[in-house]
Design a binder for this molecule. Structure first.
Ligand code: NAD
Length: 251
């Protein structure tokens, strides 16, 4: 028997074209999973797959998580390729549209909710439904929330609200899907070095680093390892949990 953690499993990673999602794809592939890198940026998803050992064992799909039809056709494509639905899912697609509350326009507020909350809901609903249709009584889903969903953050009323909602979604999904053998957990990353944080001004970074006991930002792999743990059988008695991975920020 293979000693690899995810041997024989099909895993879907939304936001698989960048940052934390890409790091999750690499770890899952390293541990034997057949990975579906799903991203609205299909070129970036393909780049991720091309970085993996034996790219033809994996699949890059175009998916807009905020559009039900798009999520559904990406799941269909992965069932066609692997003759099985993904039983492991990391919902890492996410966006920010920052502004102060008094200047926040309605569209920026709703766009963030659409991708971060509705996107995680649609992927969870459609993957879980497909697993049930296939008679598979197993699965693990990990949602990417954020420490900001717990603490709030200046300039991020939309993003913080969306990430708090992801926690509520996770806990509800965990309660409802347990009887189908599907565990649902979430990770609250702190400040992580990815394209999402690349535009944060140096002054803000300096201030943040003073508040973080480990005095540095996370590498995406440090978040992805915790996601992989929650997807693996090593966390078989965990569901509905939210794990903070923040270098000690806001403990
Ligand atoms: P990133 O910007 O590097 O990657 C996000 C990916 O999501 C991109 O490839 C993007 O194309 C994709 N995406 C955006 N909209 C999409 C859509 N509608 N459908 C499908 N894919 C879409 O960001 P990241 O830092 O890797 O963030 C990953 C997750 O972790 C996000 O949910 C983010 O909110 C969360 N997070 C990040 C940090 C951080 O400091 N970087 C902190 C806490 C939480």
């Amino acid at each position: 028997m293979s000693s690899m953690m995810f041997a024989g499993k099909v895993a879907m990673v939304t936001g698989g074209g960048s940052g934390i999602g890409r790091a999750v794809c690499r770890i899952l592939a390293r541990e034997g999973a057949r990975v579906v890198a799903a991203d609205v940026n299909s070129g970036a998803a393909q780049e991720t797959v091309d970085m993996l050992v034996n790219p033809s064992n994996h699949l890059a799909v175009s998916m807009d998580v905020a559009e039900k039809v798009s999520v559904s056709s990406a799941i269909k494509a992965s069932v066609e390729k692997f003759s099985a639905p993904p039983s492991l899912v990391a919902n890492a697609a996410g966006i920010t549209r920052d502004n102060f509350l008094l200047q926040m326009d309605e569209k920026s507020f709703m766009d963030v909710l659409d991708v971060n909350v509705k996107g995680s809901f649609l992927v969870t609903q459609l993957v879980a439904g497909t697993l049930v249709e296939h008679g598979l009584n197993e699965g693990a889903i990990v949602n990417l929330s954020s420490i900001v969903g717990k603490t709030g953050n200046i300039g991020q009323c939309n993003y913080a609200a969306s990430k708090a909602a992801v926690k509520g979604l996770t806990k509800t999904a965990a309660r409802e899907l347990a009887k189908m053998g599907i565990r649902v957990n979430c990770v609250l990353p702190g400040f992580t070095k990815t394209p999402m944080t690349a535009t944060v001004p140096d002054k803000v970074i300096e201030t943040m680093l003073k508040l973080i006991p480990l005095h540095r930002m996370a590498d995406p792999e440090e978040i992805a390892e915790v996601v992989a743990f929650l997807l693996s059988d090593k966390s078989s008695y965990m569901t509905g949990t939210c794990i903070e991975v923040t270098g000690g920020l806001s403990m």
